[in-house]
Ligand binder design. Structure first.
Ligand code: 13P
Length: 288
């Protein structure tokens, strides 16, 4: 059931669990995540970066694919189709294509411009029932060619952006996209508490969910993180499972070259990863 993400995250915030945002790349990814969400009776957010949308043909293709799968697979749990790290122009295109949730990432802009543009996107989105995520303080690592140094967000800036009426807020607390370096210092729970003290009861978003140890994930959820983004981990398990298929020569046996067979192990690996993450996040059965 396609919906915006505001209500599901409000519920998660109140119930002290988190909803997963799993980024999608194609039909297999989307189907795997939707099937697990239904099986585990949890709401889910499908994250779509502008690069991934381009790869799949465009925002309209993505929206219609998700809508079609949602209908054909009889998905009854809430599903949001969410623009991940949208630019101002990208956000407008995704809104026009019918995305149900938008992240406007103005974290690389001067704060005044971030505030002005976030405000405009919120106005457009809220008039259409679309939820909005904004970001303060870059998330480290590289995503779609955008590199951020990985900041600890300024709590006062978080307050300013949160008070514009965003539905959920992403703020840098030492998290990084991609695989964490060996000398990573971990999440800054002090900064998380300082931000929380400024923004009141707005659900927070943790980007760079790949590889954050379970105890840190749980602590973050306790402190009001209600949405956790996972991308790289699904890519890694998909590729590992696919590599194994070829290494075992399965493509050479009978009709093993059939793409539906080739993509199956990766598809199953994504499903297992999403199940594992949902356990961590505490969202299982939350949509019952
Ligand atoms: P990872 O790729 O580190 O899981 O981060 C995903 C993310 O934050 C998407 O916005």
């Amino acid at each position: 059931m396609l919906t915006d993400a505001a209500e599901m995250l409000k519920k998660a915030y109140e119930g002290k669990y988190a909803i997963g945002q799993f980024n999608i790349n194609n039909l297999e990814w989307t189907k795997a995540i939707l099937e697990v969400a239904q099986e585990k009776k949890s709401a889910v957010i499908l994250g779509v970066s502008e690069g991934a949308a381009r790869y799949m043909g465009g925002f309209n293709a993505v929206k219609k694919m998700v809508e079609g799968l949602d209908q054909d697979l009889n998905i009854t749990v809430p599903v949001a189709v969410h623009l991940d790290h949208g630019t101002y122009e990208g956000a407008k295109k995704a809104i026009d294509a019918g995305f149900t949730s938008i992240m406007f990432d103005g974290s690389s802009l001067p704060i005044d411009e971030n505030i002005e543009k976030t405000k405009e996107i919120i106005e457009i989105c809220h008039s259409k029932g679309i939820s909005v995520e904004a970001e303060v303080g870059g998330i480290g690592g590289e995503e779609d060619g955008v590199i951020s140094a990985g900041e600890l967000a300024d709590p006062k800036e978080c307050k300013e952006v949160a008070s514009l009426g965003v539905d959920f807020l992403a703020a840098g607390i030492g998290n990084i996209h991609g695989v964490y370096p060996k000398d990573w210092k971990g999440l800054s729970f002090d900064r998380l508490s300082e931000i929380r003290a400024e923004i009141g009861d707005i659900p927070m978003v943790l980007h760079g969910g790949t590889g954050i140890p379970e105890d840190q994930v749980k602590k973050a959820i306790e402190k009001g993180v209600s949405k956790i983004n996972i991308n790289t981990e699904c890519q890694i398990v998909f590729t590992e499972a696919t590599r194994k298929y070829f290494e075992e020569g399965k493509d050479k046996v009978a009709k093993g070259f059939d793409p539906r067979k080739v993509l199956k192990p990766g598809f199953e690996a994504i499903k297992d990863k999403v199940r594992e993450k949902m356990e961590f996040f505490g969202c299982i059965n939350s949509a019952e």
